[in-house]
Design a protein around this ligand. Structure first.
Ligand SMILES: *Cc1c(COP(=O)(O)O)cnc(C)c1O
Length: 383
């Protein structure tokens, strides 16, 4: 089956008791056992260890990513937390993309370091820097591509080859492109992480996460941690995310086309400095964007002349674009990473990796693109 067919049908069968086309929300804590030592045929016991609605989503995401199995989590951060817990012990070291979601950096530096885990935040856009960062005690490489918020890319195949050489898993945060545009396991990756909050849900309705593993062995390690810590996705969230997944290709294509038009408009505007969008030839890694993914996504950033003050003025005068954290939904959102999503990254580290005060991040939605551009034009006039 091709991708668009899988996004609609994978993981979902008519409900055996009623024939309901949609998988019902199985809102049940526990499941009856046949006898003391036997579960019913389906194998469900307690919803922390497995729930039919959540497993329908697990199956769909497994097929969409081309993996062996998936565990869905309460949030994207819970998914990342489970990967770190599954593969790192006290005294171990991990290599992480130096540009990544702010919460990933915070989790590593403020939580895992308390337990004696060491991290190197490497420029994973340069495979040589990944190689140089590897140590004898390195047990995990975690990359994010395109990275939030600077849209720097990591060559998934090149970094996966380094991981294989060192016999450590390579986990890729695939939130920005989704399996429709980028399938890290096909490129040699071992674990794919999602904040399903973003494009997979797509409607600003839930927070959720997922880890798709390339092998059952890897999955068992992640699933063990999930059951032990209890970081599960709820059946309600799984159900909403299942509905979101069914229209993924249509939303991604339309939102990406809008993003391309917005990026081109910004690039031609005299008040705008740098514009970054992987689909623009001016993106320093445009070739890699084209070769390892089948689309460029719907995230764009730009800088205005006048730094923080000018950036703030624009964000405050936008009317259609909503000032909010989150991304990937049908509503167009504008974010100021320095004060919002990446506020917990120290100033020196932000400067080092290019998250500047004047950086304005756009998550381009599904509205008529001319309305989006008109709103930006008005706001830029005032700036
Ligand atoms: C939002 C986000 C996360 C965190 O996900 P939550 O669902 O908010 O916990 C992780 N990685 C990326 C790339 C994100 O954009």
């Amino acid at each position: 089956m091709r991708f668009a067919t899988k996004q609609v049908h994978a993981g979902i069968e008519p409900d055996p008791t009623t024939g309901s086309i949609l998988t019902p929300i199985y809102q049940s804590t526990t499941f009856v056992q046949e006898s003391v030592d036997r579960y019913l045929e389906k194998g469900y016991s307690y919803s922390r260890s497995g729930n039919p609605t959540v497993q329908a989503l697990d199956k769909k995401l497994t097929e969409l990513e081309g993996g062996a199995a998936c565990a869905s989590f309460g949030t994207g951060m819970a998914a990342i937390h489970a990967v770190l817990l599954a593969f790192l012990n006290a005294g171990d070291h991990a290599v992480i993309s130096d540009v990544a979601y702010g919460g990933t950096y915070r989790l590593c530096t403020k939580v895992f370091t308390r337990f004696g885990v060491e991290f190197t935040f490497a420029d994973t856009s340069d495979p040589e820097d990944v190689k140089k960062s590897m140590r004898d005690n390195t047990r995990l490489i975690l990359t994010e591509t395109p990275a939030n918020p600077t849209l720097k890319l990591t060559d998934i195949a090149a970094v996966s080859a380094i991981a294989k050489e060192h016999r450590v898993p390579h986990a890729i945060d695939n939130t920005f492109l989704t399996p429709y545009y980028q399938r890290p396991i096909e490129l040699g990756g071992d674990l794919v992480i999602h904040s399903t909050t973003k494009y997979l849900d797509g409607h600003n309705a839930t927070v959720g996460g997922a880890v798709v593993s390339a092998t059952d062995e890897l999955h068992e390690k992640v699933a063990f941690v999930q059951n032990a810590t209890g970081s599960i996705m709820s059946p309600q969230v799984a159900w909403l995310t299942l509905q979101g997944c069914k229209t993924l290709t249509v939303r991604m294509d339309a939102q990406s086309a809008n993003a391309m038009a917005v990026a081109k408009f910004l690039e031609a505007h005299p008040k705008v400095g740098t514009v970054r969008y992987p689909g623009l030839p001016s993106h320093p890694q445009h070739e890699l964007a084209t070769s390892q993914a089948s689309g460029y996504g719907a995230m764009v950033w730009f800088e205005v002349e006048g730094g923080m003050a000018a950036g703030k003025a624009i964000m405050d005068s936008l009317e259609l674009w909503t000032l909010a954290e989150n991304l990937g939904s049908v509503e167009s959102l504008v974010t100021h990473p320095v004060t919002m999503t990446h506020a917990d990254v120290e100033e020196a580290e932000r400067k080092r990796v290019g998250i500047t005060d004047g950086l304005v991040r756009l998550s381009v939605g599904l509205e008529d693109v001319q309305d989006l551009i008109d709103d930006l034009e008005k706001a830029l006039e005032k700036a």
